[in-house]
Design a protein around this ligand. Structure first.
Ligand SMILES: [Zn+2]
Length: 410
């Protein structure tokens, strides 16, 4: 193993990230939808570099890249993803993959550190075809029938066709080998502004919030917007609007300190200027890391919906579409990352939950898992202008590799 890998090299980390930015570049970011040509080229790029870390590269039947070692002893799995949202940033995903690669390059040949870092790039974390395709396939939570049914959410192209065109049809999907890893670690940009606004370098992730999603449907009476007197109307759209306001008035008194809620879509039927809406639907989402808080909010949501429906002489149904269990990050991983931050980031770290979903929440269902965040400039993400200062990227790399060492040491 060449001597150049004896320690973390910030310039090398930045060069690797810029090499990945050069594949599928869009303004200062990238456009790399899952299984697009630039995405596949990014997977090949990683596969070509894994031997530098003493790892054997495989791209499996769902598009996951693995770097595996034949060395005996403790193994830590590290990674993130290489595809992007459409016309999005250069660091969301690649940062964690390049940190994992650097950790493997530095730690694996080091005779003073026992244990090995193995690398994974999980396919389609960004959900072009589903959600967490790659990591769910790895933990055994993905059926062939689900793959048969999945389609690209923007083009409608079947996942099977995309896999075939990417040359992955017929390949085995690699699944987790029980007991192989002591755990999984992932680095990511924060995608918020907690770190930047507090002058901090590292976020030690405590949990990844769960997402609960609802469809709320009001049914009133469709009628003429000119001839129907106000006093007899059953306006489903008005009832829905009242609910949005009532939620914002009442939730703050019952929510947790970090709860967030969003009405992401409103549909009025028939949706015309001269017709009183007979039906109104909204998609509503709540995120929190405490199921007890969600239970409380859901019962408030249901009673508010009943109140505004009765007031507007409408009917209402509240249907839960998605229940997201929050994922707790392992305490020993939080401690390892914190100790590494004390050593390499002057202790400028804070424990915080993740409001966004990450592959670590899927891996946490089978092994202890941990995550660290680096600052996002202006909290911007899922946009081509997403960025992190070079200094923060390099500090994060030092903390990440040291955390891996500590975890392997036990
Ligand atoms: Zn990401």
């Amino acid at each position: 193993m060449p001597d150049e890998y004896s320690h973390v090299e910030g310039a090398r980390v930045l060069a690797d990230l810029n090499a990945l930015r050069g594949i599928g570049a869009y303004k200062t970011g990238v456009h790399k939808p899952t299984f697009s040509e630039p995405h596949m080229r990014s997977l090949q790029w990683l596969a070509a570099r894994l031997p530098d870390a003493g790892l054997t590269a495989t791209i499996d039947g769902i598009g996951n890249v693995f770097g595996t070692s034949k060395t005996a002893g403790r193994k830590l799995l590290a990674g993130s993803h290489l595809e992007s949202q459409n016309f999005a940033g250069w660091l969301d995903g690649p940062l964690g993959v390049v940190y994992a690669l650097e950790a493997a390059r530095v730690i694996n040949p080091d005779s003073d550190t026992s244990g090995t870092v193995e690398v994974a790039a999980w396919c389609d974390e960004e959900g072009h075809f589903g959600h967490f395709l790659g990591s769910r396939s790895y933990v055994g939570d993905m059926t062939e029938a689900e793959i048969d049914a999945a389609r690209d959410r923007s083009s409608g192209r079947p996942l099977r066709d995309a896999l075939r065109d990417a040359g992955l049809a017929g390949r085995v999907r690699v699944t987790a080998e029980p007991g192989r890893h002591i755990g999984y670690i992932e680095a990511h940009i924060e995608q918020g502004e907690t770190l930047e606004s507090n002058g901090l370098a590292i976020g030690v992730v405590t949990s990844i919030v769960g997402i609960w999603q609802y469809r709320i449907s009001f049914v009133g009476e469709q009628n003429h917007a000119g001839t129907t007197r106000m006093s007899v109307r059953k306006d489903a759209g008005l009832a829905l609007a009242r609910l949005c306001v009532a939620i914002d008035d009442r939730f703050p008194a019952v929510c947790g300190p970090l709860t967030v809620w969003t009405t992401g879509r409103i549909t009025l039927d028939p949706g015309a200027p001269s017709i009183i809406p007979g039906r109104a639907d909204m998609l509503f989402q709540i995120r929190d890391d405490d199921p007890a808080v969600i239970d409380r909010l859901e019962s408030v949501l249901r009673s508010l919906a009943d109140e505004v429906a009765a007031h507007g002489r409408c009917g209402v149904t509240v249907e839960r579409l998605r229940t997201g269990a929050p994922a707790m990050m392992a305490l020993e991983f939080q401690q390892g990352i914190e100790a590494a931050s004390a050593a390499f980031a002057g202790g400028r770290s804070v424990r915080m939950p993740s409001g966004a979903g990450h592959d670590a929440q899927v891996l946490a269902t089978i092994v202890p898992a941990g995550m660290l965040f680096v600052p996002s400039i202006g909290g911007v993400s899922h946009h081509w202008s997403e960025n992190t200062s070079d200094a923060d990227i390099v500090t994060g790399a030092h903390v990440f590799v040291d955390a891996c060492r500590r975890l392997l040491a036990g």
